[in-house]
Design a protein around this ligand. Structure first.
Ligand code: GLN
Length: 197
């Protein structure tokens, strides 16, 4: 059994809970800092990264989230969650949690393509993953320790650095739970100390 939290300050929380629920998981919606202590892994959902950052600061989550990441426990960010995890954001002086060595560009598809779906190959997940993009960011650059797990039109949309996983789109908005199961495996392995960090 692993315990996974979904940061519940804003965004698509319920959908993540649904995708993460299996016989082997206990899922918790995280609204208070103390709840982080009991978790084996954490999901940061999509929403609006600047709003979410404001709420993170307002409820004193910033340092506890950084500490959680440093502890070696897996973290999975989707869309705005991925933006929060990036070391660098195009056009901004600073990132937020800065845990993955990557540069993201917010709203990178422009107004013409505010939201759309595509079928993508995601390494370790599947060859036909439906990707729902909603005002999505793109991953423009990654450091040498970052694995690229998926691209859309030559641009990076899924990246992993050790126990950190970031995805531009919204896997929680489909009935296909393979992406979340990939993350659950990361959490199980980290808990059994099989991951070398
Ligand atoms: N455009 C949003 C941002 O910059 C992310 C959108 C999303 O999470 N669906 O934070």
């Amino acid at each position: 059994m692993v315990k996974i939290g979904v940061l519940a300050l804003q965004g698509a929380v319920r959908e993540h809970v649904k995708c993460l629920t299996t016989d082997e998981t206990e899922i918790i919606t995280v609204k208070r800092v103390e709840q982080l202590e009991e978790l084996d892994g954490l999901v940061i959902p999509g929403g609006e990264s600047t709003t979410m950052r404001r709420l993170i600061d307002k409820y004193d989550f910033f340092e506890p989230l950084k500490d959680f990441a440093k502890s070696g426990k897996p973290v999975f960010g989707t869309c705005a969650g991925a933006i929060l995890m990036a070391k660098k954001i195009v056009g901004q002086e600073q990132g937020h949690l800065e845990v993955i060595d990557m540069t993201v560009e917010r709203n990178a598809f422009g107004r013409q393509r505010e939201s759309f779906e595509a079928e993508l190959m995601v390494t370790g997940v599947g060859e036909d993953v439906t990707a729902v993009f909603i005002r999505a960011p793109l991953i423009k650059e990654v450091g040498e320790n970052v694995e690229i797990l998926s691209k859309y039109n030559e641009e990076i949309v899924v990246a992993r650095e050790g126990q950190f996983l970031a995805c531009s789109f919204h896997p929680e908005l489909t009935d296909d739970h393979r992406f979340h199961h990939y993350f659950i495996e990361m959490v199980k392995q980290a808990k059994n100390n099989k991951v070398v960090i």
